[in-house]
Design a protein around this ligand. Structure first.
Ligand SMILES: [Zn+2]
Length: 286
């Protein structure tokens, strides 16, 4: 069978949002696929926990090194963290667009669409992972109010459309993205369409989570967060750790295909299953 080489474009509102599909990106770069990460904002106003802690204190008790850090310095730190985290997953094409967050609103920065369109025309992805948390109860984003995550996702979707529309008077080669998948981490489990087995990537994901020191992450926090977040998705799908996704629309297939990992689960017997989801057997998805 011909090996399918994919180009994947993952877009987040803030640098850390790229983590929601990071293990999956690792799976794909290891297979020889190409992955680009784009953060629509530099995240300067998101999760500066050190500063938030200092500003809870009376002015005389604050640490000047933290309080005097500029937003540019904090954003630069965050971008470096993102690049280091990306490298753990074999992702070397990382871009941070020059927009401020909290709030990022597309109506104020419609040029974000053209910037993302240019990236699409340059990288020519087959798969778009636009972020998108509008149904999230966890983040209380299903209020109908605008939010950085929704707005960044809309920008990516608008750019996707713009990239496939010819522009008059140019010689640009247009591009159509084959499939769009939304990261499912903040959706309800019964909304997941598929789960990528990222058990082999658990340690890298924990390590990447720890890279985000700008957000106050500690080793205990990083491990616990991934154990709980990706562990419960793994548990739901009969493996150790998983990243869930939603289809944008039903997939067109030429026939029913059952993934080898699901056939294996059906045939392995309970004792082996229990050992495997306890991490006591090498867990090799197809
Ligand atoms: Zn975010």
């Amino acid at each position: 069978m011909e090996v399918q080489r994919l180009r994947i474009l993952s877009v987040g509102a803030h640098p850390h949002d790229l983590m929601h599909a990071a293990g999956t990106c690792g799976v794909h770069t290891r297979l020889g696929d190409t992955v680009t990460w784009v953060s629509v904002t530099n995240g300067a106003f998101t999760h500066n926990e050190d500063l938030a802690d200092e500003l809870l204190k009376p002015p005389a008790q604050r640490d000047p090194a933290i309080v005097n850090q500029t937003q540019e310095q904090y954003a630069a730190m965050k971008e470096q963290e993102l690049r280091t985290a990306a490298a753990l997953f074999g992702v070397t094409d990382v871009r941070v667009l020059p927009f401020l967050d909290r709030p990022f609103r597309l109506k104020n920065h419609p040029e974000a669409i053209d910037m993302l369109r240019d990236i699409i025309l340059e990288t020519r992805p087959d798969v778009l992972i636009p972020g998108y948390a509008h149904l999230s109860r966890h983040h209380r984003l299903n209020t109908g109010l605008p939010d950085d995550h929704n707005e960044a996702a809309y920008a990516a979707l608008e750019a996707r459309t713009a990239a496939q529309i010819p522009r008059y008077g140019t010689s640009e080669q247009i591009h159509k993205i084959a499939a769009t998948y939304y990261p499912g981490l903040y959706y309800e489990k019964d909304q997941y369409d598929f789960i990528v087995d990222v058990s082999d990537w658990f340690e890298q994901i924990v390590e990447a989570e720890l890279m985000f020191k700008s957000q106050g992450h500690t080793p205990a926090y990083a491990r616990r967060r991934i154990e709980v977040e990706l562990g419960q998705v793994g548990w739901f799908s009969g493996t150790l750790y998983g990243e869930p996704f939603l289809f944008e629309r039903p997939a067109l297939v030429s026939k029913i295909t059952v993934p080898a990992s699901m056939l294996r689960q059906a045939r392995e017997g309970s004792k082996k299953h229990i050992s495997r989801i306890s991490g006591q057997l090498p867990d090799k998805p197809d």
